[in-house]
Design a protein around this ligand. Structure first.
Ligand code: C2E
Ligand code: SIN
Ligand code: SIN
Ligand code: SIN
Ligand code: FE
Length: 406
């Protein structure tokens, strides 16, 4: 494997960072689409609306808004009843349904009454929602959502036009068609961008994982170590009570925790036996080297990676390295990754040691609660053990020669 220099690695990271990945892109898309549908309904004074997104040959119900049904649900709620309206998740992209027809032909359809569609049309109205909810659909305006290349991204559907005073009007004013079309195009662009963002995010994670593997420069099992310990860190954080986005953040940031091992010579890193004091002192520098490689970035993820690289060998009792920080003065993410890292080191084979059985590893960790590790996090690790063990099974190394507990 090629062994890139510290400076080359730094450069690559800075370039990646310039891409400016927005990790929250998908969640923002959902609220953006919600807003686009809401605006389309506000302009046309539509009582209800649906935004379908195409995936392969299906149209998925991405956003559904219905003022009347929302009011009825709230009223039922207040009376302690629940209204159960079966939700369909998708319909085929085919001409026999209204949305399917608009998706296939890319035509705008504006009809006065869903229950009076002429028999010679390819499409018919599916009244299952009305029957389940007691809602009465009448006027409908459907427009295709097309991307820059005119390919279908989804369908925007508006239901039951009203006038200023809230009284029903049929059909939708034809002058609204252009406006709704333009809102639909905006939604299409947002969706296309989010898909590209997801692709970019996946390739970004793939790249930093590969850089981390190159830096640790052991063998193929290093990849599994990185997958496991980043996911263990996430499970500990989840169990500790963190929200999903912060959990995802530590999972990604933990990937780079040992990147500083690139600066440690092979003769030490790959040494089959115990390190001498000098060698161990050299080894400890991987925390500082890692922080140097990751430092000075504008990316939130890399800033967290830097913090983790620097603090994942600190100990709760202050006897760790490089700074000898103790207890809460060690950043919580460093404490979490320390625990995930040692659990994986104990339960895996290393060039210098065999793997311990899980029970023995847990015993060692429990004995080190309050000395090496934050006791609250040891509790979180033990509580999340079933999930941690399934991660261990999913990313297991090729050879698992465990020794018996001594
Ligand atoms: P690593 O192999 O990823 O181990 C990470 C941490 O797991 C270690 O940090 C240590 O806290 C814990 N750990 C690993 N094996 C054991 C064990 O058998 N018993 C206990 N109680 N804890 C264990 P540490 O010690 O600061 O080491 C950092 C890195 O230095 C290690 O990362 C490894 O790459 C290297 N290293 C440490 N000791 C040796 C050794 O004796 N020989 C060689 N070749 N490398 C070593
Ligand atoms: C990986 O193990 O593929 C990276 C961990 C992550 O998904 O953040
Ligand atoms: C945090 O959640 O950021 C701090 C909590 C702790 O230090 O235990
Ligand atoms: C270590 O060897 O530092 C990890 C176990 C312990 O804290 O006693
Ligand atoms: Fe380390």
């Amino acid at each position: 494997m090629m062994n890139p220099s510290v400076n080359e690695l730094s450069d690559q990271l800075r370039q990646l960072n310039r891409i400016g990945i927005a990790l929250s892109g998908e969640r923002d898309l959902k609220s953006l689409l919600d807003k686009i549908l809401f605006e389309a309904r506000r302009f046309t004074r539509a009582e209800a609306g649906t935004l379908y997104i195409r995936r392969k040959d299906q149209l998925f119900f991405e956003v559904v808004q219905n003022d009347l049904v929302t009011r009825l649900d709230a009223a039922a709620d207040r009376q302690g009843k629940t209204r159960r309206i079966p939700a369909r998740s998708s319909i085929p992209l085919a001409k026999n349904s209204l949305a399917g027809y608009v998706g296939v032909t890319k035509e705008v359809v504006n009809i006065p009454d869903a229950y009076a569609i002429p028999a010679d049309k390819d499409y018919s109205f599916n009244d299952s929602f009305d029957r389940a909810s007691g809602y009465r659909t009448r006027s409908m305006l459907l427009v295709p959502m097309l991307d820059g290349q005119d390919s279908l991204v989804g369908v925007l559907q508006l239901i039951n036009a009203r006038d200023d005073g809230g009284a029903e009007v049929v059909p939708f004013d034809a002058r609204f068609e252009e406006l709704v079309h333009s809102l639909a195009s905006q939604a299409a662009v947002a969706i296309t961008n989010a898909d590209l963002m997801a692709l970019l995010k996946a390739s970004y994670l793939d790249t930093i994982t590969r850089l981390a593997i190159a830096a640790e420069y052991r063998d193929i099992d290093t990849a599994n170590h990185i997958h496991r310990m980043s996911r263990y860190s996430a499970e500990i954080a989840r169990e500790y009570g963190w929200m999903a986005d912060r959990v995802e953040m530590i999972q990604h940031a933990a990937i780079m925790h040992d990147v500083g091992k690139i600066g440690i010579s092979d003769s030490i890193l790959l040494k089959p036996g115990k390190l001498t004091d000098e060698e161990y002192a050299e080894m400890k520098k991987h925390t500082l080297i890692g922080a140097r490689i990751l430092g000075g970035s504008d990316s939130e993820i890399l800033q967290l990676s830097e913090l983790i690289a620097l603090t994942h060998h600190e100990r709760w009792d202050g006897k760790g390295y490089p700074r000898g920080l103790a207890a809460e003065s060690i950043p919580i993410e460093g404490r979490m990754v320390a625990l995930a890292d040692v659990f994986d080191a104990l339960t895996s084979k290393r060039c210098y040691k065999p793997a311990y059985p899980t029970e023995r590893a847990i015993e060692i960790i429990r004995e080190s609660s309050g000395s090496h590790f934050d006791p609250a996090l040891v509790v979180a690790l033990e509580a999340s053990l079933p999930r941690i063990l399934s991660i261990k099974a999913a990313y297991r190394d090729r050879e698992e020669d465990e020794i018996q507990a001594s």
